[in-house]
Write a protein that binds this ligand. Structure first.
Ligand SMILES: [Zn+2]
Ligand SMILES: [Zn+2]
Length: 141
């Protein structure tokens, strides 16, 4: 039996109702920092939790990203990826294998100049290219 206390604590702190799919999906994201898609999350948990449907995985990721507990990222090809690291960081998208890697960034807020009269609700920094693994494989071939 898995220990969901970490996930339970975080959901409670956000004022979110505790449900089995929320615990399972969020716990999975805490352990897997690979920015999985709903499809990948579903296929990774379905053997252990056959009663959780694809649509409940989708509903949970929507709910948790709307609440700010997880980040929802849209890749250059339009796929949604989810990230339990919700503090500010950037992302690198590989155009070959579609992996998403974290970018460590300096504190952008210190040099960010908002447009006068505007309100900024989020800042996103992303890069795309070929990841180290794909670059390596290209050299071999
Ligand atoms: Zn790659
Ligand atoms: Zn990330």
């Amino acid at each position: 039996m898995r220990d969901f206390s970490r996930a339970e604590k975080a959901l409670k702190a956000e004022g979110l109702r505790i449900t089995r799919p929320r615990l399972v999906v969020y716990d999975y994201l805490l352990d897997n920092k690979t920015h999985p898609t709903c499809d990948q999350i579903y296929h990774s948990i379905v053997n252990d939790y056959p009663h959780i449907s694809f649509s409940s995985v989708y509903n949970v990721t929507e709910k948790l990203s709307n609440s700010g507990l997880i980040l929802k990222l849209v890749s250059p090809c339009g796929e949604m990826h989810y990230d339990s690291t919700n503090c500010f960081h950037g992302h690198f998208y590989c155009l070959k294998c579609s992996c998403v890697l974290d970018l460590d960034l300096p504190d952008v807020k210190s040099f960010y100049k908002p447009i006068s009269g505007s309100t900024t609700t989020s800042i996103t920094i992303s890069a795309e290219g070929i990841c180290p693994m794909c670059s390596k494989n290209e050299q071999v071939n």
